[in-house]
Each structure stands twice: as structure tokens, then as C-alpha cells.
Design a protein around this ligand. Structure first.
Ligand code: MSP
Length: 534
């Protein structure tokens, strides 16, 4: 039924976030990583579909709405809007925002349920167990801590449930899942997450319940309206609904026609099992191939401590963005934290990293270079080409192959590595200026040498800004504009149509005699306010 997706089509997702509360930094973290990948893929000239959205059904949302005296739909609408607002602030260019209360989503879920039903993988049985409403998940008794509390939500007591539920025969898919993991080691990344899943399924898979009774806030089970569909079964399908074009009839066939199989689901490590075990099994049951990859990143801590409401040390992403802006926030989290491992936010460290890397090493480099070009080269790029620079030139040597190394890093979601490859070029460019001292060369009348120095610095700054643009799009655009390019990395049509990736990614393509702009600071130094640290 699904056709093979054309090459150069790339589809990725963030989780669909719960709307019980305003967005927290964890959701912002996944979303900025997804946006950086989406932007990199667009830069390469791919057709990209970047999906995010909200998960709006279930007991957790229903209860929150009740506590606030709102209807569940009003609660959902309010919080979904606050996610969208945060994504604007963080400069996220998503293509689809999937909401699980959308009418067309209901049609997709019902059709999917029916397929799994027809395949004989759903049955009715009694479910007894401990349920954590915050996780929307049954827990084993041995997993609970402090006499009955959820290990993730340590202030939430698990609730006893004893009710009739429909079950999905996950146990039927044990060997198919094993084969998937074995034949596609890249399916679960990074390696540590893959091992977690392998250990989990080695214990033997148990069927899981996929319906609830006494819960209205959900999609009815088509074969038995007393039940609503379990929120996770419903939410995972939100990825599929998002694939429909606006004018499409909401059918699975239409949804899967263009973008399936998806390339990457980006998630946090706490929801790995749902994505790497339950989801591919559900798809197999419905006769649909699994996605290509699930990547589970680590958790963020603040000042070395787990973030949480009970500790009162949550980091509000909107406040962070108000204070420092999108590029700074994106750069810190993607540069500082090994994607896949846990990482920490500390405001002093945040400010120090940004001042060192973006204000000093990159911003000042551009500033002094433009001033030199104005003085020594008539405010335009020297009349040279990349080929005129000798092949053993130190910057040309680093610049050659840099794009391949950075692309490799981005394609492996290794943002830290991508940044450090770029920083290496920037650091060496600064060192090169000091060594060459173009101001002395100029005084000595060595105009040709001065021009070679300036050209190679301009080429290095341009390439660095280009390769950083998936992470710091606004800063990169400012740099490009001061270098005389009419390119805005926040407007994909302004770069892909003009200069193809194959050209942009070369070090020595700086156009000879291109008029340069006026030197203005591109990234202002930051300071932690003494009064009010975050
Ligand atoms: N609604 C489900 C996802 C359904 S996807 C079909 C959900 N939502 S969530 O809002 O609770 O979580 C969203 C994401 O935030 C998860 O990927 C989770 O891992 C991530 N994080 C929550 N706290 C986090 C940190 N402290 N640090 C990093 N990410 C964290 O789960």
C-alpha cells in the first residue's frame, strides 16, 4: 500500500507534547534538535516534512482541565497555542502541527484500530495493575518507589486499576521485532538506547492494554463505544495523521502515500519503549512498515540537579529565550550537550560559552576582518578565486572536506561534533590573522599577500556561518549579509534557489570583488543579571 518514498524526501518528528501544562525546557530541547536537522536537510536540497504537535487525550489532560474548571478542549486549545508561541520564539520552522483532537485524526485512529482488530491482534480481558496518570502507563509493582509512588513522578502515587480493557497482542511480535533490531541496527539510536530495548525485549513481551473504561476524553473504540482508546495508541498515530495534505480524505492510504516510512522520530529516553517496541509492532499488525529510526536523547538537569516542580528548579524556556534570544539558546544546548546523553544547564556556563564562541571567536573575527577589508581592499572581496590560494594553505586545508565532516556529524545527530569541527576552523582563522599580521604586510606594501590573507579569512568565515546556520540561522544570516550575500537562512527559498549546496559547501567560493557590508556586531556579549538569575 505504501509506495517507496522518493529519495530526497525526508520526514522527521518531535514527540507530540502533552497539554497538561505549558511547555518545559525538555520539549524545547527535542524541538530545537529536530529543527536543526530539518534545516540541515533543507540546506542539502531535500524536500523536508518536519512534524511536531500535541497529545491531547487521556486522563491526565481530563483531570488537569477539571482542576482548572475548564473544558478539556479549552485546556488543549490554550496549551497548544502556548507551544506554537514558544516555537515561534525559538525560531522553529515546522511544517505540520499535529493535534490529536483534530477530527481527521479520529478517522485515522479508527481505521487503524479496525485493521489491527481484523488482523486478530485485539482481545478483551481484565486488567489489574498500578497506573501512573502522569506517565499514562501501567507500572510493575517492583518499579514503584517509596511505597507506591511512580519512579519518574516521585510525588505522584500510582493508582490501582481493576477493569476490563482491550489488549494488543504485543507478544505476537516478539520475533518480528527481534528481526527488525537485528537487520536494522540503526533503527534505535544511540547504541545505549538500543541496548536498553534489547534487554527489555529479552525478558519476553507482554500484551498491553489499549483501551480505558470510565474515561470520556478520548477516541471511542469503534467496536465498543463504552471504551476509549488508550492515549498512547492514539497519540503515536498523530504522526501518521500529520502526513495528510490539507485537501486529503483522512484515510491511511492517503496518509502513507508520500512520506512513509518516516526517517526519524526524535524523542527523550523516557518514551523509548513506546516508540521502539510498541509502535513498530502496532504498525506491523496493521501491515505498515516501521519508521527508519528512533533516536532517544538524554535528560536535562539544572545546576547539576534533576529538574522538577517539586524541587522548584524548572527552567522556563520562554524566560530563557526572552533574556538571550533563540540563537544563543539553540547553540548552547546543541553545542554543549552530547546528544543522546544527559546534560546540564547552568546560566554562568551558558553565558561564558556564548561569549567565547559566538561573540568573541566568530563575531569579533568577522568584525575585524571587515574593518581590514575596508582599509586594505576597498571594502570588497579581493579579486581572487579559491584556486588562487595554494593547496597547502592552512585554512584551505581545514576548509577542504569540512562540509563532509560536518554533514556526517549532522546526519548522525552529533551536533556537538558539527560545532566543534566548525570551531576548529574559526579558531585557526583567528590564529592565522595574528600570525600573518596583515596590518604589517600592508605597511610593507605587500598588497598581494594582504589580499590572499583577507580572501582566505573571508572564505573561512563564510563557510563557518553556512555550516552553523541550522543551529544559529539568524546569526548566520547576519554574517552572510555583512559579507555581501543576499541570503537569509530563515527563508529557504533565498538560498536553495540561488547557490546549490554543492557550491556553498566548498571553502573557496567567495565571489571575487563582492562588495562587503558595514561591520556591525553580529552577536552582542551576554551577561548574567546580578539580580535575577534563571
Ligand atoms: N505525549 C507524550 C509523547 C507522545 S508522542 C506520540 C509525552 N509528552 S511529554 O510532553 O511528557 O514529553 C515530551 C518530551 O519531553 C519527551 O521526549 C521527554 O523525554 C522530554 N522531556 C521531559 N523532561 C525532560 C528533561 N528534563 N530533559 C529532556 N527532555 C525531557 O511524553
Amino acid at each position: 500500500m505504501e509506495k517507496n518514498k522518493p529519495e530526497h524526501y525526508f520526514c522527521l518528528t518531535t514527540p507530540l507534547y502533552y497539554v497538561n501544562d505549558v511547555p518545559h525546557i525538555g520539549s524545547a530541547y527535542t524541538t530545537m534538535a529536530a529543527d536543526a536537522i530539518a534545516r540541515f536537510k533543507r540546506l542539502e536540497g531535500n524536500n523536508v516534512l518536519f512534524i511536531t504537535g500535541t497529545d491531547e487525550h487521556g486522563q491526565k489532560i481530563q483531570r488537569t482541565a477539571e482542576e482548572k474548571g475548564l473544558s478539556p478542549q479549552t485546556q488543549c486549545d490554550k496549551v497548544a497555542a502556548s507551544f506554537d508561541q514558544l516555537w515561534q520564539q525559538l525560531n522553529i520552522q515546522y511544517d505540520r502541527f499535529s493535534r490529536t483532537t483534530a477530527k481527521r485524526h479520529e478517522a485515522i485512529v479508527k481505521e487503524f484500530f479496525q485493521r489491527v482488530w481484523d488482523n486478530g491482534d485485539i482481545y478483551l480481558a481484565q486488567k489489574q495493575g498500578w497506573y501512573c496518570v502522569s506517565c499514562e502507563e501501567f507500572k510493575e509493582k517492583r518499579e514503584l518507589v517509596n511505597d507506591g509512588y511512580c519512579p519518574i513522578h516521585i510525588n505522584k502515587k500510582a493508582e490501582w486499576r481493576d477493569e476490563e480493557n482491550y489488549f494488543f497482542r504485543l507478544s505476537n511480535y516478539q520475533s518480528q521485532l527481534e528481526t527488525l533490531y537485528e537487520n536494522h541496527p540503526e533503527f534505535i539510536q544511540p547504541e545505549t538506547r538500543r541496548n536498553e530495548v534489547l534487554n527489555f525485549i529479552q525478558q519476553g513481551l507482554q500484551d498491553f492494554s489499549i483501551s480505558r473504561v470510565n474515561l470520556d476524553w478520548g477516541i471511542e473504540v469503534p467496536t465498543d463505544p463504552k471504551h476509549t482508546i488508550y492515549v498512547w495508541f492514539d497519540a503515536l498515530l498523530g504522526y501518521v495523521t500529520a502526513l495528510l495534505d490539507p485537501e486529503d480524505e483522512p484515510t491511511l492510504k492517503n496518509a502513507l502515500a508520500k512520506w512513509w516510512p518516516m526517517d526519524i522520530h526524535l524523542i527523550g529516553k523516557d518514551i523509548l519503549r513506546f516508540h521502539a517496541v510498541y509502535w513498530p509492532a502496532m504498525l506491523m499488525s496493521a501491515g505498515i512498515s516501521p519508521p527508519k529510526q528512533v533516536f532517544g536523547h538524554g535528560f536535562l538537569t539544572k545546576d547539576g540537579q534533576k529538574m522538577g516542580k517539586s524541587l522548584g528548579n524548572t527552567l522556563d524556556p520562554a524566560a530563557l529565550l526572552d533574556r538571550y534570544g533563540a540563537d544563543a539558546v539553540r547553540y548552547y544546548f546543541l553545542r554543549e550537550i552530547e546528544f543522546g546523553q544527559d546534560g546540564d544547564f547552568n546560566e554562568t556556563r551558558f553565558v561564558n560559552v556564548l561569549n567565547a564562541d559566538l561573540a568573541n571567536d566568530l563575531g569579533n573575527l568577522l568584525n575585524r576582518t571587515l574593518k581590514m577589508a575596508k582599509k586594505y581592499c576597498n571594502n570588497q572581496a579581493p579579486n581572487l578565486k579559491g584556486e588562487d590560494i595554494p593547496s597547502d594553505h592552512p585554512l584551505k586545508q581545514i576548509g577542504r572536506g569540512l562540509s563532509d565532516r560536518v554533514a556526517f556529524a549532522y546526519n548522525n545527530l552529533n551536533f556537538r561534533q558539527a560545532c566543534s569541527e566548525i570551531s576548529h576552523l574559526i579558531a585557526n582563522t583567528n590564529k592565522y590573522i595574528d600570525e600573518q599580521a596583515p596590518w604589517s604586510l600592508y605597511k610593507q606594501g605587500e598588497q598581494q599577500k594582504v589580499e590572499q590573507v583577507i580572501y582566505s579569512i573571508l572564505a573561512s568565515i563564510r563557510l563557518s556561518a553556512y555550516l552553523l546556520s541550522p543551529i544559529t540561522p539568524t546569526l548566520s544570516s547576519r554574517i552572510y549579509q555583512q559579507l555581501g550575500f543576499a541570503i537569509d537562512f530563515n527563508q529557504p527559498s533565498s538560498f536553495n534557489d540561488k547557490i546549490p549546496f554543492q557550491v556553498h559547501q566548498c571553502w573557496g567560493i567567495f565571489p571575487a570583488q563582492q562588495p562587503l557590508g558595514e561591520a556591525k556586531p553580529v552577536f552582542l556579549r551576554l551577561e548574567v543579571p546580578a539580580e535575577n538569575p534563571l
